[in-house]
Design a protein around this ligand. Structure first.
Ligand code: NAD
Length: 286
């Protein structure tokens, strides 16, 4: 039976470390500040934004929150971002996605100053990641690396298969595993014989967006399985992209849903905001 990788405990440990660092910074009169923009009233987004504010409070950060109506124009939103880019108190800017359909998400992401791009979605952040320069890494993949490292999973030299090639999960995830010296294969909707490729993996990272699709027949005995997926089933129960009950019988370590990758995303957002604050104050040796 696989050992559980406890994302709740690991994310808590990271938030506690951040809180300690923030307390030390306050002696220098520095306090990290995150600005969160919510546009419209998507119920899931409203919950995510509230959780981000709560995490800021826990870590000792200031937070600025802009709640804009659904009918906000793209120009108005871009103007708000421009103000926050110039605001010296603000170290990180996050625009909660998805945006209302009349707003171009790419234009909004591009408008955020790269030095405040704590979501790591800006082309400059992505480029820095790819060529190994310092910069923000998108939170969910960065969280997966922390889960692996803090669970003593050796990455270097291992066969890693990432299922999914989205800009926010699959692609940055693959680059991060490469940076950790894994041998990386990226699978996607056109991959032929997904099962056979997945069975090569010592570390299988699943970000496919299909409830419980990956069962034990995709997993090599003793593999480490990370489930990035999150789906709300009827009756409100959550599940991932991995069929947990089947896979836990063959994997050596596995993340549950909920309580695996999910809580790491906010912890890494806090880490990015602290990093932004340190960098903007010339306190980061890079
Ligand atoms: P996405 O839909 O943008 O990407 C899914 C990827 O899976 C695509 O690249 C596609 O090529 C691939 N894919 C789809 N069907 C496939 C198939 N049959 N075989 C092989 N590959 C296939 O999704 P995303 O934004 O990358 O998110 C993936 C999952 O992770 C979703 O369940 C999402 O809800 C979840 N997610 C969780 C967090 C978190 O904080 N835990 C954050 C972001 C996303």
């Amino acid at each position: 039976m696989a050992e559980l990788i406890d994302g709740k405990a690991i994310s808590q440990a990271i938030k506690d470390e951040i809180r300690e660092e923030t307390a030390k910074l306050s002696e220098k009169n520095i306090k990290p500040c995150l600005a969160v923009i919510l546009c419209g009233n998507d119920p899931a987004s409203t919950v995510y934004v509230a959780n981000k504010k709560k995490a800021c409070e826990y870590c000792g950060f200031d937070s600025v929150s802009l709640e804009l109506p659904e009918e906000t124009s793209e120009e108005e939103l871009l103007n708000k971002i421009s103000e926050l880019n110039k605001d010296e108190r603000v170290n990180g800017i996050l625009v909660q996605l998805p945006l209302p359909s009349h707003i171009n998400e790419d234009a909004v992401i591009a408008a955020i100053a790269p030095e405040k791009d704590v979501d790591g979605f800006h082309a400059v952040s992505v480029g820095n990641l790819l060529i190994g320069r310092p910069g923000f890494v998108s939170c969910t993949p960065a969280g997966v690396i922390q889960l692996l490292k803090r669970s003593n999973v050796e990455i270097s030299g291992k066969e890693c298969v990432v299922i999914g090639r989205s800009n926010i999960v699959g692609k940055p995830m693959s680059v991060l595993m490469l940076r950790e010296n894994a041998t990386v294969t990226i699978c996607h909707s056109r991959t032929k014989d997904l099962k056979e490729v997945c069975k090569r993996a010592d570390i299988l990272i699943v970000a496919i967006g299909k409830p419980r699709m990956i069962d034990a027949s995709y997993v090599k005995d003793g593999a480490v399985v990370i489930d990035v997926g999150i789906h709300r089933l009827e009756g409100k129960k959550l599940c991932g992209d991995v069929d947990f009950e089947s896979v836990e019988k063959v994997a050596s370590k596995i993340t549950p849903v909920p309580g695996g990758v999910g809580p790491m995303t906010i912890a890494m957002l806090m880490k990015n905001c602290l990093e932004g604050c340190l960098r903007q104050n010339g306190l980061l040796n890079e």
